[in-house]
Each structure stands twice: as C-alpha cells, then as structure tokens.
Design a protein around this ligand. Sequence first.
Ligand SMILES: *Cc1c(COP(=O)(O)O)cnc(C)c1O
Length: 435
Amino acid sequence: MGPEKNGAGRFRAFTSRDLDGLLRRMGLSGEERLGLRAVAAVLPFRTNAYVVDEVIDWSAAPDDPIFRLTFPQVGMLPAPDLKQMAGLIAGEAPAAEVRRAAHEIRMRLNPHPSGQLDANVPVHEGRRLEGLQHKYPETVLVFPRPGQTCHAYCTYCFRWPQFVGEPELRIATDDMASTTAYLRAHPEVTSVLVTGGDPLVMSAEVLRRTVEPLLGIDSVQSIRIGTKSLAFWPYRFVTDRDADDLLRLFAQVAESGRNLALMAHFTHPQELRPAVVREAMRRIRDTGAVIRCQGPLVRGINDSAEAWAGLWSETTRLGAVPYYQFVERDTGPQGFFGVPLARGYRIFRDAYAQVTGLARTVRGPVMSAMPGKVSVDGITEVGGEKVFVLHLIQARDPALVNRPFFAAYDEDATWFTDLKPAFGASQFLPGLDAT
Ligand SMILES: *Cc1c(COP(=O)(O)O)cnc(C)c1O
C-alpha cells in the first residue's frame, strides 16, 4: 500500500462493501473480520484511499491511531449486540432482518444526547426550522443537506446517527430562504457555523448556495465551516477540480469584511505528516481564512499528553489556532472511546504545560452538555473536600457564563451528568442543576 496507488487527487471512498477486502489485506482471520463487519453493520464505516495509503501506518496496525480512527473495533458494541450481529451476518440473514436488528441496537446507543434533536431547533413564524440549531445567542449552526456525509467517518463520531440510514434522526436543511429570514430576525446572531457531516464534501458551487446568502446579512460577522477534510482529504484544497473555486469562495467571505474560520477537526499529529496537508493549509491561509483546530480526546487514539502537545505545536507551527479539546459525548460507542474527566484533565494539563503560549489558546477538556460548554478547569481541595473546578464557556443562559463552580471529585465520571455539586449543595450555581 504505497502512496503511488492513490494517484494524488482522485478521491476514492471505501465503504462497508470494501471492508472485508481491506481487512484481508491486513491479514485478519475470518473470525476477526466478522466481528468488525458486525460493528460496521450498526455504526457508520467509511474511509478512503488517501487515509489508507498515506495516513495510516500499516506497520503499526491495528494499534495505529489512524487505523483506529476509521476502522471498526469489536469493543465499540456491547458484547451481546456484537454477538447477535455477527450471528446474523455469518448466517447470511436477510438484509431486512440485519437492518431491523441494527436499528434496535442503535436506538439503545443514546443517538441524540443533550437534546440535539429538540432543544436547539429554532422556531420562525411558528415553524420549526429543521436543519438549524440555535443554542447560544450569538451562534447558529446550519446543516446543509448535501453536506451530511464525510470523506471518511471517525469511529468515535458523536453525530453517527447522521450516517447510518436512519432518516428520522438526520438533521439537515435545503432552505436558505428561511435560514436568512431567521438570521435577519435575530441580529444577535453574529456567527454562523456551517457543519455536518462535512460541508466540504459539497462542490464549491453547492457550498456557495449556503455561504453567499449569508454575505447579505450585516449582523453576520463570521462564518465558520466545520470540517475534517484537512485530515481526510486535503487534496480538496489542492488538486480537486474545484479547489481554486472553493478558495475563491473563502476569499470572497474575507473580502466581504467577515472572518472565515475553517474549524478543522484534527485527532492526532500523524494526520499532519503528509506534505499535501501543509500545502492545503498554506493555500487556505492565503485566502485570508483562519484555521482553528479542535477535536475530542479519545481512548486508544489520542489519550496521551504527547499526542496533544504534538497536535497543538504542529498546528501552531502551520499557522492554525488550537481552539477546543472536547470530551467524547455520551452517545454511540462512548463506553469504548470515553476517557474519564479526571484523566482527561491531567492529559490536557500535561500537554498544555509543554507548548508555547501561542498554542495555549486551546480550551479544554470541554463537554458540550445540555446547559452549555462545560470546561474542566482543575482538580483541587477546598475545606478538606476533593473537587473538580469547572466553568461554562458557553451557556443557554448567558448569566451562567464564566462563573466557577465545583463538583464532588469522582475518578470515574465521564460526563457532566455523572457529576454532583460539591459540599452537599443542591445546585452547581443558582440556575445550574445537576441534570
Ligand atoms: C460549540 C457550539 C457553538 C459554538 O460555541 P463557540 O464557543 O462560539 O465556539 C454553537 N452552538 C453549539 C450547539 C455548540 O455546541
């Protein structure tokens, strides 16, 4: 598997149909392959020739972090579910039966945590605007329908229900007229985040249908694009047929007097190794866009201070700005990928202590929880009680932003809902409950 196979610039996806063949190339036994195919029948699987040929270090597989980033692992499903799916696949059960079993397993995996489907959907003139999320006053998320896939899927994806053929769980819109009407009626929204999926799976022409209407709204000061394409398909910005057109669209946003922020999802410094990534980042920055980097802390992939210090240092060297380190959400395979908050905090601190101040723009570990973005700031002792120190970086209720609060220390807590107020209090803050 050498880079020459990729024929730099031609995108080629691998899906669950190709999984068995890819795993055979790795020399996995029939039983091992069956387990991974069972996982891929429930959770999304997609990778591509660039990731396979240029980013994964096959000499380190199956422990290689990028292998684990895109290839299923048996621990991702609860053991009884894995056994059931493997049995159905081995027994060549009818497709409808496999689909039904997969659906039932998915519904038990908390597909939309933190009120994703309901709590954040804005209402305009009595109508719910599906495909938008408005949780914090100044930012609206837009999920353009043609952007609801990715160049490859991360095994730990928190938006996994977008990609598994469960249409009623999909968040998406085609309706830019209602979107712009809503934004005009809400001048407090200064930032629009175009997200997915990955909006950069769309052609420049289709992306322009989402971005250009925003340039006519004075109150919108910044446009963000959430993307994993720098890690999964950097040729998007270099050799794709419409790469120059895409970069012109970025430049057009900057020329309109707005900030274009490419919110780049990076997981591991190994993703920054191919020369084409650096070339892509240079071309993006040349348009006046800013690249900000974020990603979750994931067990077995990047749960070390070296990985994070490497990621923040390398991205800073390349002119990008470290933004958030997320805690893996309480959905899908979180039981497999989650890192306890206490351990996550220590990893963050040890990495943060190693990097230049230029990279200490990063905040984390951060939980995107029901009340807002909760940062785990420290572990300390107050009046003889061991506690977590936390604060909300963003909150549904802006009155709660940036006020320190305390939770009883719990070595095993993995999510906000596992925490209890310290000192026997009934609330974390007035108006902030342990829910
Ligand atoms: C993180 C997030 C935002 C953006 O918050 P910033 O702190 O401005 O990056 C907006 N909406 C939702 C739902 C979010 O999770």
